[in-house]
Design a protein around this ligand. Structure first.
Ligand code: TMP
Ligand code: MG
Length: 321
């Protein structure tokens, strides 16, 4: 801006332009065709502000299913934490069939761009409640969960190791906020060896009886569109996050945008949305809602590039790069 003021002496203007070029946050990955942004300059300015504030000011809040996990692999859908339980070790064929029917009925509603969140809300409660009741009826055993995860086709997005390890190395807290099943989610990240001490999880946790048999789900139900309530009620427990005013948020649903509502004193927030499905129908809505939209991108390449940029000076000293 200063460069455009006419009365500034030309050499000063040139010097300022060079200086601006030097400090400018160039992230070449943002120029990829799969990256959509309504306002690239705002994105770059936010990243620059976050970089200046350093890792001590940053927190990352991420959804899990279809955000940290892949949407599809080799043309097949990758299971969500609920669908990992579709295993004969845990549930019978009849129940598997019912859960699949519910998925086929309610998932299209979850992603339908023509319906409002208010219209979807009661239907999401219905879906989650029915599935959780079916799972409880099956008397799922806690000690079979790890094997079910091992046998599943669950997959974290490519680049997950850099993502988790970098945040852990620089002690940046990662809050995973999922409407999936917490016990399964934990097992997925444990088996991928990235369940580091900086990871906190808010999710639907199973309640097992003394014999390790599922008898209920703990606490308030979390579904895709009530994350705001969950965020507010858990905020008090996550005191460390209060001192971190810069938030990088990752999600695949519009409901995920409320995951940071529990964070106080937010100064800079950058939201990244994975647009996995129903691309043409939802593109405009996503571009108007998230700062960065990643279209059918099965990797964490862009979040990693942004993180490396924000954490630039510290990353140089880290063994991860
Ligand atoms: P997330 O909050 O970690 O993304 O988890 C929620 C996703 O789980 C949501 O997009 C729908 C999905 N889901 C299933 O795949 N199967 C189910 O039975 C239920 C209840 C949800
Ligand atoms: Mg999700």
């Amino acid at each position: 801006m200063i460069q455009q003021i006419p009365w500034i002496y030309t050499p000063v203007r040139t010097a300022l332009a060079i200086w601006h070029q030097l400090i400018k946050n160039e992230i070449p990955e943002l120029s990829k065709h799969s990256v959509l942004m309504k306002e690239r300059s705002r994105v770059e300015e936010t990243i620059y502000n976050m970089q200046r504030a350093g890792p001590g000011s940053l927190q990352v809040i991420s959804d899990f299913d279809m955000t940290l996990t892949r949407f599809a692999y080799k043309g097949r859908r990758v299971p969500t934490t609920h669908n990992i339980l579709d295993n004969r070790l845990l549930i019978d064929e009849q129940c598997m069939k019912k859960i699949k029917e519910l998925l086929n009925k309610y998932y299209p509603i979850e992603i339908d761009a023509r319906l409002t969140i208010e219209e979807k809300l009661p239907l999401m409660v219905e879906w989650w409640t029915k599935v959780h009741e079916l799972l409880i009826e099956q008397k799922i055993k806690k000690d079979m969960l790890a094997q079910a995860v091992r046998e599943s086709r669950s997959m974290l997005r490519e680049g997950y190791k850099v993502f988790f390890d970098l945040l852990s190395d620089l002690q940046v807290p990662l809050l995973i906020f999922s409407a999936g099943i917490g016990d399964v989610l934990e097992e997925v990240i444990r088996q991928n060896q990235v369940f580091h001490p900086n990871v906190n999880i808010i999710s639907n946790y199973m309640d097992f009886d003394h014999a390790g048999v599922l008898q209920a789900f703990k606490g308030q139900l979390i579904h895709t569109f009530n994350k705001r309530e969950g965020a507010l009620s858990h905020a008090a427990h996550l005191t460390e996050l209060k001192e971190r005013p810069n938030v990088l948020l990752l999600g695949d649903s519009l409901g995920d945008l409320t995951m940071a509502d529990g964070a106080s004193n937010v100064q800079n927030i950058l939201t990244i949305g994975f647009l996995n499905d129903q691309v043409e129908e939802r593109k405009e809505l996503y571009v108007n809602s998230f700062d960065i939209v990643l279209v059918k991108d099965e990797t964490l390449e862009i979040p990693n590039a942004i993180l490396k940029n924000i954490l630039k000076t510290q990353v140089r000293w880290s063994k991860r790069i």
